[in-house]
Design a protein around this ligand. Sequence first.
Ligand code: NAP
Length: 342
Amino acid sequence: MFAICTTGKADGTVELRQVDVPKVGPKEILVKVVAAAQNPTDWKSSGRQEDVKVVGCDYAGIVTQLGDGVTEDVKVGDRIAGMVFGCLEMNGAFAEYTAAPSHMFFKLPESASFEDMSQLGVACYTTCQCLYQSQDLPSPENPTTTPIDILVWGGSSSVGHFVIQLAKLGGMRVIATASPKHFDRLKKLGADEVFDYRDPEVAKKIRTLTNEKLKHAVDCISEGSTPQLISDSLSPEGGTISAILKYDTVRPEVKVVFSLAYYLFGKPFGNFTPTTEMTEFATKSSKLISKLLAEGKIVPAPLKIYPKGLADVPEGLEFMKSGKVSGEKIVYRVADTPGVKA
Ligand SMILES: NC(=O)c1ccc[n+]([C@@H]2O[C@H](COP(=O)([O-])OP(=O)(O)OC[C@H]3O[C@@H](n4cnc5c(N)ncnc54)[C@H](OP(=O)(O)O)[C@@H]3O)[C@@H](O)[C@H]2O)c1
């Protein structure tokens, strides 16, 4: 099959190659990938590999085989989307087939396109971690009836897009930051107030809006000026920030809790040892997102679809690496790849 692979070069060069279809292991599902979406981790991880690995984490496609011990409600022919551990093995989403963990997929409604749904994996699992694991915030299944404010920094990012929606479904008042061109779209998603993150007064304005009582934030960017600006927006008494890149707090009263979607796979990597708590959390998140999709409560972000499928991944990674992504998800249709047979 065709797959986008790392080359072992430190500059993160990737190339389209012929590789074997991954073998489906226990508790795995083999998926014929129809569309794959791109995440920053794809270019970041590609530069860290010393040998050949298949790139890509977010997929949407059709189930073609079940591994041993799959107990979830899934069968051959089902339309699913989810997340795989790209750049770790000869298995990734930027390929004709991927072997996906059976506890980490979402069932797709018939009316949903694979292109739209391919963006859900990384962003939705990260959203669940930020809201329900790093902080115990109200979920759509048990929305709050008492007012809770939440700040979503980077509301137009892939992760922010879903944090806004799930926070709103959880009954919270959502305050987001983004570039002004995205304000209307984010309000339609559920943001009650949106501020320009480049406004020098942004933290002061958020403190005024929240009467200096803001206690909860999700930092969907987690680098540059965001640790400081979010801390400055929180109450003088402090609060909690869910971060998705690691950083230390800049104020002792503010707790920063880091999460990583890779923790949910149940596989060891680096210094991380998997725990059942993480895989159980992933299973719960899979069910929550599948239910919200079935109820039509989740809106996908706008797409930027490259015309030559996987052959365009090197260009797409460069585009993202240069910081040009703004409020849209880069997606590749596998069938658009020259040489791929339908
Ligand atoms: N821990 C995890 O498991 C995990 C999971 C997913 C992502 N991440 C990390 O999280 C980061 C974001 O990932 P993503 O896929 O969500 O990104 P993305 O969609 O590619 O990010 C692009 C968006 O970021 C916004 N942005 C950039 N700088 C900003 C700032 N200073 N303040 C507010 N918004 C800003 C831009 O907003 P405008 O267009 O409005 O200007 C743009 O829409 C990456 O570093 C990624 O590696 C971590």
